[in-house]
Structures are given as C-alpha cells and as structure tokens.
Design a protein around this ligand. Structure first.
Ligand code: BES
Ligand code: ZN
Ligand code: ZN
Length: 483
C-alpha cells in the first residue's frame, strides 16, 4: 500500500473512490454529498462506523473529533472496510484544524497501522486489492496545508507506523521461529540503515561479565542466550539515549510453572525487546539527532533438570545477591544484568521496556503502559509523549514502604515481594537496585504487560501484538530533537 500526495481538488479525481470523514456528527459539511441518503439509512456516524454510497463512490466514516487520535482511528477503520472490497485506489482530503503536521501524520499512521496483517501462519493468505491512497491537499477546515508540511508529515507517519508494524511482526512470531538467535538475526538486518551497528554477545561474554542472573534464567533452555546491542550513532548526536528491552522469547514460568491458561500468549514476552529494536529503527530512519542504543536480553525461561530454582541465590553483574523465590519473576533478573551492562555506556537517558508484571495489567487495565522512575520531570514528559502519540499510559508511584517488601533474609534482595499487592511497583523497585546513583534521575521503567498483546481487538489494534511503546518513544524523541 502506498500513500501519495496530490495538489488536485478532491472532485477533480472523479473516477477514484473518495473517503469522507463525518466529523463530530456534522452532516452539514460541503464534502457530504449524500446527506439525505445517509439519514434514510440511519447512519449516525458513531464509533467510526463506515457506509459506502456507490452512486457517488464515497465511503463515509464517522470521526469523533479532529483530535489526532480520532483521525488515526477513523483512517484505520476506513482501511479495515476497504480491504474487504475490490477497490484499488482511494482519495481523501486533509483534516488539519490548527495542526496540519500532527493530523496528517496521525492519518497516515492510521492507514499504515491498519495495513498490517499477521498471516505468517495461514496457508491461504487473503489478497488485499487496495494499492494507493491519494492524499489531496484540500482541507476540511480550509486551512492551507503546504506541500512541504504534508510531505514531512507523510514521511514521519509512515516511518513511525512501519516501525510499530515491524515490532508486531517480531512479537507475533512463534517461539520456535523467533528464538534468541533468530531475534539477533533480525537485529542484524538493521545494519543496512545508515549509522547503525550491531553486536551480538554470546553466552561466553555473559559468563565473563558475571551476568549470572541473566544466565540462570536461560539455563534450562535448549536455545543459548543472546545479548543484542544495536547502536545508531549520527554525527551530530545531542544526547545518548539507551533503551533496554526484555526479550523473553518464551516465558513458561520456569519451575514456578505458569498455569496453562496463563502460558498462552507468552511468546509476547519479547515485546520490550522488539519495541526497543523498532524504536531504534524508526529513529535511524527519521535521522533523529541522538545516539541511541537498544540493548536486548534474549532468552527463554524453561523447565528441566538444569533449571534455576526457587531457593537459589544468584550473584548479579553488579555484585548484588538475589534470592530466587519465584522463577516466573524472570524478566527482572534478565533486566538487572542488562541494565548494569547498559550503564557502562554512560547514558544521558536510560529507559527499560518490559512485559514485566501481570500486576501492572491489574493496576492500569490492559490498554495502558505503566511508567515508573524517580524523576518527576522525566515521568511527566514521557506521559505527555504517550498521550500525543495516542498511546495510553499512567504513572505508578514508588514509595519507601513498598521498597521494604523485596528485602530478603537470605540475600541482598528477593526477586518477589512479600505482599500480594503493588506488584508492578515492587518489580520496578527491584530494578532500581541495579541503577547506579548517578543514573537514578536518568532512568525510566515502562511496564507494557497490558497493551503489548491484544487478545480482543480494540481501537486500531488488531488481534495479536500491538507494538506498544514504539510510537510513544518516537514522538517523544521527535519533540526532544526540536528543543
Ligand atoms: N511475563 C510475565 C508478566 C506478564 C503477565 C506479561 C501477563 C504479560 C501478561 C512475567 O515474567 C511474570 O510472570 N511475572 C509474574 C511475577 C510474579 C511471579 C511476582 C506475574 O506477573 O505474575
Ligand atoms: Zn515470568
Ligand atoms: Zn516474563
């Protein structure tokens, strides 16, 4: 599918199917040629409902408002409708209000996000006829949109949505296909981008570095672990931003085995790793002026005679000892060592992303990312970026009482809390033990356990992986680059 810009008026493209959004139930707009017919058919323009009127060759789509996320959603719903038809080409105007760039970007994202289908494991793939979307620079609110603004927005929107779709494809792949080695091979493909390099570090390196927490999680797996380190380093880099992602290609729970109904979907426990990789890809394509690292701890968490056990004590890379009380709290063990490794590269900003806790899903619901950290400024700025990108997030506050719940009588720290409450935060506080003093205010932890994997389609997210966190972080860096 391609999106083209065109300076023609919509009604000059007489043979092309036109998409018209009905914004805020306003049927009076000049673009609506079938007011009576729509009324007759009982079309209310609610919930992004779509109605095709063949006589005028127009697809009407309800759009709640001119907020970017409503436009993103309406565009996605239009695409969902069109992909079931044999229509090959459509045109649409712009819906700018006072922010043409943002709204065009959102529309392009909506179309591109919706164009992703996960069909790698279907023997019959349904062909999609829709090839071209022509974006005409004629505006709903009669704002003048310049070709330059539109083409910049088109380019950015495509890159951001394609990076998100890239993450989805990695996450949706089954554990037998997307092993730690396969994940490393995907990372290697990104070196075709300018200024991107990739190192894949093996078990020997992890042993040399004393990354015993990471190694313990891997022990019962037949697939060796990989520490994947991607770097995007443009010449004029303003800051060094280091992302660390949880790359559990499968989480069975280990000896603290998950019940079967909780084990399905655990192929998605690599979502943090896939996200950081995709953020780096997007940032390199957008040519953002930051040095960006994506560090991924890739392994499975399995069972077997060699499995690490509840009661084990592990010595992490930074020397801290960890009492293992539950082998299903494995993500924090892998991240602990990866965070220690990451800090050797002196970050200006350190962000980890992980499907870390079911407790985060209980706290915030399945649509929302949990943001944790020490710096109020950083948390606020991250929250704003999520909102701007159309992703949902909420801040979960640390406190000194919760911090006490991960004390251990055996080792320096326990890998689970002694209370059944506040599990997302105690997991964040566990990670805090591996953040050096000088980096406390540079660090954020994003728990994406809720939104990373969609079991019931919502908004513009189809069944399966959503690429949670990719758009939000790219929006954040785009805005930071302007400062
Ligand atoms: N990968 C899971 C967290 C998870 C749960 C992600 C649901 C996505 C959806 C993680 O490794 C885990 O199992 N966490 C445990 C921690 C507990 C043992 C302290 C959990 O959340 O139950
Ligand atoms: Zn687990
Ligand atoms: Zn896990």
């Amino acid at each position: 599918m391609q999106i083209e810009l065109n300076t023609k008026k919509l009604n000059e493209l007489t043979d092309t199917t036109r998409i018209v959004f009905i914004v805020a139930k306003n049927f009076e707009h000049q673009w609506i040629e079938d007011k009576e017919a729509l009324e007759l058919l009982g079309f209310k323009a609610e919930n992004e409902e779509c109605l095709f009127v063949p006589t005028h060759n127009i697809l009407y789509v309800g759009c709640e408002s001119l907020d970017p996320d409503d436009i993103r959603l309406a565009a996605a719903k239009a695409y969902d409708f069109l992909k079931k038809t044999t229509i090959r080409e459509v045109c649409i105007g712009t819906y700018s209000l006072d922010c043409p760039g943002l709204n065009i970007k959102a529309m392009v994202e909506g179309f591109t996000l919706a164009s992703y289908t996960f069909n790698a494991y279907k023997s019959q793939k349904e062909p999609i006829k829709l090839q071209t979307i022509i974006l005409c620079l004629e505006d709903y609110s009669r704002t003048d949109v310049s070709m330059q603004t539109a083409s910049k927005a088109l380019n950015a929107g495509m890159i951001i949505a394609e990076a998100t779709n890239f993450a989805k494809e990695i996450i949706n792949a089954i554990p037998n296909d997307m092993t730690p080695l396969a994940l490393a091979n995907v990372a290697q493909t990104l070196i075709s981008l300018p200024n991107v390099t990739c190192k894949v570090l093996d078990k020997d390196f992890l042993e040399e570095q004393g990354m015993n927490a990471f190694l313990a999680v891997n022990r019962a797996s037949v697939h060796p672990p990989k520490l994947i380190h991607l770097i995007y380093k443009p010449e004029d880099a303003k800051k060094r931003i280091i992302y660390v992602g949880k790359g559990l290609t499968y989480d069975s729970g280990g000896l603290s085995l998950k019940p079967s109904e909780h084990m399905v979907t655990m192929k998605a426990d690599k979502s943090g790793g896939a996200a950081v990789m995709s953020i780096l890809k997007g940032a390199a394509e957008l040519k953002l002026p930051f040095e960006i690292h994506a560090i991924i701890g890739a392994t499975e968490n399995m069972i077997g005679g060699d499995a690490y056990k509840p009661d084990d004590v592990l010595v992490a890379k930074n020397g801290k000892t960890i009492e293992v009380r539950n082998t299903d709290a494995e993500g924090r063990l892998v991240l602990a060592d990866c965070l220690s490794y990451a800090q050797e590269f002196k970050p200006d900003l350190l962000i980890d992303m992980a499907t870390l806790t079911g407790a985060c899903v209980v706290a915030l619901g399945e649509f929302t990312t949990g943001i944790m950290g020490h710096s109020e400024t950083l948390k606020t700025s991250c929250l704003e970026a999520f909102t701007k990108s159309g992703e949902l997030s909420g801040v979960l506050p640390f406190n000194k009482h919760l911090k006490k719940l991960i004390k251990s009588s055996v080792a320096d720290i326990s890998n689970i809390s002694s209370s059944r409450y506040g599990g997302a935060i105690t997991a964040g506080l566990f990670l805090d033990n591996f953040i050096e003093e000088e980096n406390k205010d540079k660090w954020l932890h994003l728990d994406i356990a809720g939104p990373a994997y969609v079991e019931k389609a919502w908004g513009y997210n189809p069944f399966g992986a959503s690429g949670a966190g990719v758009r939000a972080n790219l929006y954040w860096m785009i805005d930071e680059a302007k400062k």
